[in-house]
Each structure stands twice: as structure tokens, then as C-alpha cells.
Design a binder for this molecule. Sequence first.
Ligand code: NDP
Ligand code: MG
Length: 384
Amino acid sequence: MKKITILGSTGSIGTNALKVIEGKSNQFEVLAISGYSNLNLLLEQIEKFDPKYICIGDESKANLLKSKYPDKEIYFGDEGLKAMGALDEADIVLTAISGAVGIEATVEAIKKEKRIALANKETMVAAGEYINKLLKKYPKAEIIPVDSEHSALFQSMQGSRKEEVQTLIITASGGTFRGKTLEELKDVTVEQALKHPNWSMGKKITIDSSTLVNKGLEVIEAHMLFGIDYENIEVLVHPQSIIHSMVEFKDSSIIAQIGVPDMKLPIQYSFTYPSRESNIVLERLNLKKLKELTFSQVDNEVFKGVQLAFEAGKTGKTMPCVFNSANEIAVELFLKGKIKFLEIYEIIEEAMKSHQIEEIESLEIIKKVDKETRKWVYENYGRN
Ligand code: NDP
Ligand code: MG
């Protein structure tokens, strides 16, 4: 039995991961789960999966859990999350929290040389340089990507060497506003932005998909995970979301990973890798029913999220952290109705312009830059 910790079990990735585990309950066991605000769902999950360790956002909810489950270990808050990442008994730690708040728990799991099933892309974006240094120090730790594009790239590269890669081609659905002009995007509502054509996901990543900032985050994530230069990373709009990404090799061969748009496959692959296994919860793709697969360029004039990410990535050091933190707060403000859709790009751009880049000598630098950037965005855009 492999013991799994799920950080963010009450979210979209977390609940999908529990379905994968349920389908393979002879092989996987839930060791630990964490939620933040959704106590009711967490309670349901505790009843069903009987985890030994549980973490929740605040102390009062933790106390409630303690009185209900005196035999279990209950944690709360950021410190609790760190402790969850560091559990000795875990074989796999799935990081399915949304946002840079997932960094420290990931760091703990690396220090314990665990397999990390990484969904939390913000960790790799904000702290990628630091994480890569840490992975060298703890060589038995491994990061297996869960993000569908990176899982596809990882799968397509099996049996090849990094030196043989010409280009990583990251596919993008184009989001809910694909084909729209700047004028048409000026007054779009939160409701409109939350309608994703192909994927059902948490709110933050759904907004990121509509701005294409998600694709930008994924470009930096790919660079950090696979060590491929930004010049050799491309984004291609593919509205059907059937090809999850592809790798072009030096000899011109392109290998793609294809499947239904469903996160359960990349989640399971990150658990079972290098093996491939059946699971009744995995849906098969019926190729005969596919009408067409189309590709086009990103409209960079309208959707600035990708270009801004390339800029932040190429600048490196603390700039990807600024890109990520500014976006996190911009999305939060947009969801609260405090800024307009297109202001998300403005915030990221201005935050990057006003940032003095620093060397990442420690995790403290990332934490400091993250905090400063958040404060800067609130001060300049958090008006009522
Ligand atoms: P959700 O918003 O659905 O879930 C987020 C999870 O994190 C919930 O369990 C939530 O708890 C918890 N959480 C939120 N804030 C905090 C906090 N401050 N401290 C601790 N826990 C917190 O997100 P998704 O599942 O959609 O995404 C998770 C990650 O996976 C993101 O990094 C995203 O980019 C990435 N990803 C997601 C994909 C998807 O299909 N959804 C695809 C590829 C990557 P609660 O709900 O109880 O408040
Ligand atoms: Mg993705």
C-alpha cells in the first residue's frame, strides 16, 4: 500500500485525487488530508477515507475536529500545512493547494525525500530556482508533474534525453474568451470569466485560464521542471484540449500525449509512475468521435499573460515570484469585483516594472518578495 498525503483535498484536484484513490483502494491509502475553509467537505472525507492526519485553516475549526476525532492528529494554519508536508509515513505528497501558500509544505516534502505529485504550479513559478537547488541537495526527492500539460510533456519525454529535445509545445484551450478583442474584454464579468469551455477547475485557475496567465505560469513551470530554455518553449492554441502538450525532438519527430480532458489521468500517473495501470474512474478517448483537432497562435496583443510570463521567466531570479504574486492578488481583486478584467494585466506589468530583482539566496527572499508584491498590489489597486 502506498500512503498518500493530499494537501488541498477539498479542492478540484484534491477531490479528483480521492476518486483516483477510491478506484485503486487495493493499492493506495489516504494518510493525510488538508482543507482550508470547507469544513463540511473535509468531514465527509474524514468519514470516508479515515486519514490519520488532518489539517484545516484555522484553530477554532481544528478544535472542533479535535473534539470529534480525539484519536487523530489535527493541525491547522500554515505551520500545520508544513507539518503535513513533512510526515515521515507518506510515500507520496500531492500538492493541490492553490497559490504560493503551497511552497513551504513542498519544501518540507523535498527535505524528507518524498515523491511530490505537483499540481501547485505557483510553487514552481515563484520558487523554482530555489526548489531546483534543493532537489540537488536531496537527490532522492522527486517531482512528478500533475498539471496536464507538464504531465503530457513528461510522458512524451519518457525514454529520451533532455539534449534531444528541440521544443516543448504547450497547448492552450485559449480559455473562455478565445477570439475576443480588447474592446470586448473591457467590461466582462466575473461570471463570464468563470465559464471554462473544457475543464472544470477551482476559481483561481479558471480566471488564470481566461487571461492566459495560466499558460504563462505553465511556461515558467515547464522551464523550471525540465530545464529547457525559454527560446525552446512554445504555446499553441488548441481549443479541443485533446492533445495535452507535445515535444518536438531534434530529428523533427513530435511526440504528443492525447486523452480526454480530465485531471484524473495525470493525477494517477503521478502516483503510479513509471508504471501505467487501469482504473475504472479513467475515461477512454473515442478517437472515432473526434471531429477535428485545430491549432493557432496565441493573440498576444489581447492576451498578455503569456508574453509577460516569458519576460518574467527570462529575467529570472525574483521576477517570476513577482509575476505570480501580483497575479494572485489581481485575481482575488477581480473576483471581489474591485478591478476590471484587463486590469489584471496592468497590475502584473506594473508590479514587475516597479520590482528590483534580487538573487534567491534563501526561501526568506521569496517570502519577502511575495509579501511585498502582495502589499504593493493592495495599496495601488485594492480600492473599494
Ligand atoms: P481549488 O481552489 O479547487 O482548491 C484549492 C485547495 O486549497 C482547497 O482544498 C482549499 O481549501 C485549499 N486552500 C485554499 N487556500 C488555502 C490556504 N491559504 N491554505 C491552505 N489551503 C488552502 O484549486 P484547484 O484544485 O483547481 O487547484 C489546485 C492547484 O492545482 C493550483 O495550483 C492549480 O493551479 C493547480 N492545477 C489545477 C488544475 C485543475 O484542473 N483544477 C489543473 C492543473 C493545475 P478549501 O476549499 O477548504 O478552502
Ligand atoms: Mg494546465
